[in-house]
Design a protein around this ligand. Structure first.
Ligand SMILES: Nc1ncnc2c1ncn2[C@@H]1O[C@H](COP(=O)(O)OP(=O)(O)O)[C@@H](O)[C@H]1O
Ligand SMILES: N[C@@H](CCC(=O)OP(=O)(O)O)C(=O)O
Length: 377
């Protein structure tokens, strides 16, 4: 057991290609290998959470499909068969090593509601504190296409942020990020360390490499953008490399390490939720003089900063914030409903100072936004 200071929270994302054999069936041998490495980390005293794909891959043949289905309802039906098989296999394997696994199925709408987001964190904290290995997947069987995370890369980054993980390890069928898609360029070079997701890196990331993969390198880069902004180091490596998970934690693995720089954004949990999980309900355009406050200082704004209001939103909703040129400058939690704000800016005879004083006296919130996050973090 490591001393408590060395105890890390590790999120490991395992893609479909890392769990299936050549014919697309779930491979017990591959799961065994992953579980053995997780057990080594658990024995060292670390907390480990798995984000595991594989439900569709494990279920589609039993549904009677010869190849991974294209239609949403067939994928959902396949996941309904496969998710059970997946967890049963993991659970058996962990129990044989003396550990207990649990299943958590999440939809995007669970994360877009702040209370449910916080509740998910509390549940996972209890499980980790008691030594359980939570296994997370998207709740594929019920999620509508347009409401899906869609790929587990992004889900794993959001889960890493949710539980304030120390590291995210993404396992795939490739040994890291290359400077161009290796299927298209045989001279592509493996990048061992990345400190910033530049436009060149984004452009180098291509689609999935296998019939069972979903997100490809594109979604892995989207995921790493989230962990970078949250100050969480990430690693991308090849699942079939012996010892890869264990070695990645101790920085001995071959692959790509994504190391956030100290001067990068390090969003607290509230801001992470606003930036990556909330669904903005409306839009607010703010005056020129107020834009700096958001971009530079991420400070709150007073209602007098509002130029115009678009759409309907409730008090406490997340809204997109635009400058008067129509450029999106950030997101924020608004302390007024759209109706109240409309009234404030359209009532020409309103004495804002008096209004705000009265609001303070009656203990109402006076700032327009209580938390703001600049665009593009
Ligand atoms: N720049 C790149 N570097 C590495 N792999 C890339 C790149 N661009 C595209 N790919 C492809 O992304 C694939 C991994 O994504 P995916 O098939 O979705 O795997 P998984 O099922 O593990 O999530 C690789 O096999 C590779 O072919
Ligand atoms: N939730 C889906 C996985 C979707 C997904 O992201 O797959 P992959 O690109 O293989 O990690 C499943 O369990 O089949």
């Amino acid at each position: 057991m490591t001393p408590d200071t060395d105890r890390k929270r590790i999120v490991i994302k395992i893609g479909s290609s890392s769990l299936t054999s050549m014919n697309g069936e779930l491979s017990r041998r591959k799961l065994e290998k992953i579980v053995e490495e997780v057990v080594r980390l658990k024995d060292d005293g670390h907390d480990v959470l798995l984000v595991s794909s594989g439900a569709v891959a494990a279920g589609y043949r039993k549904l009677g499909c010869l190849t991974r289905p294209e239609s949403l309802s067939e994928k959902q039906a396949a996941a309904s068969i496969g998710q059970g098989l997946l967890i049963e296999t993991y659970s058996d394997l962990f129990i044989s090593h003396g550990y207990v696994a649990s299943q958590i199925l999440i939809t995007r709408s669970d994360f877009s509601e702040e209370n449910r987001y916080n509740n998910a964190r509390n549940t996972i904290n209890v499980l980790l504190d008691r030594g359980i290995v939570p296994i997370v997947n998207e709740n594929d069987t019920i999620t509508m296409d347009f409401l899906k995370f869609g790929d587990n890369d992004t889900l794993s980054a959001k889960v890493a942020g949710l539980i304030d993980a120390d590291q995210l390890i993404i396992l795939s069928d490739i040994d890291g990020l290359y400077d161009s898609d290796p299927r298209k360029n045989e001279d592509a070079k493996l990048l061992f360390e990345v400190n910033e997701i530049t436009p060149e890196i984004e452009a180098s990331a291509g689609d999935p490499g296998s019939a069972v993969g979903t997100g490809g390198m594109k979604s892995k880069i989207e995921a790493v953008k989230i962990t970078m902004a949250s100050g969480i180091p990430s690693f991308l490596g090849k699942s079939s490399t012996v010892g890869i998970i264990y070695d990645a934690v101790y920085k001995n693995a071959v692959g790509t390490y994504f190391e956030p720089q100290e001067d990068m954004q390090n969003l607290n949990q509230k801001k992470q939720w606003i930036a990556f999980n909330s669904g903005p309900e409306g839009e607010v355009t703010i005056n020129h003089s107020a834009t700096e406050a958001i971009i530079e200082n991420q400070t709150s704004l007073e209602p007098s900063a509002v130029h115009s209001v678009h759409g309907r939103f409730r008090k406490g909703a997340v809204v997109k914030i635009f400058d008067v040129n129509g450029d999106e400058i950030g997101l924020g939690v608004v302390n007024y409903s759209s109706k109240a704000l409309d009234q404030l800016i359209n009532e020409t005879d309103i004495d804002l100072e008096k209004y705000e004083k009265a609001a303070i006296e009656s203990e109402q919130l006076v700032c327009l936004l209580d938390t703001a996050v600049p665009a593009g973090v």
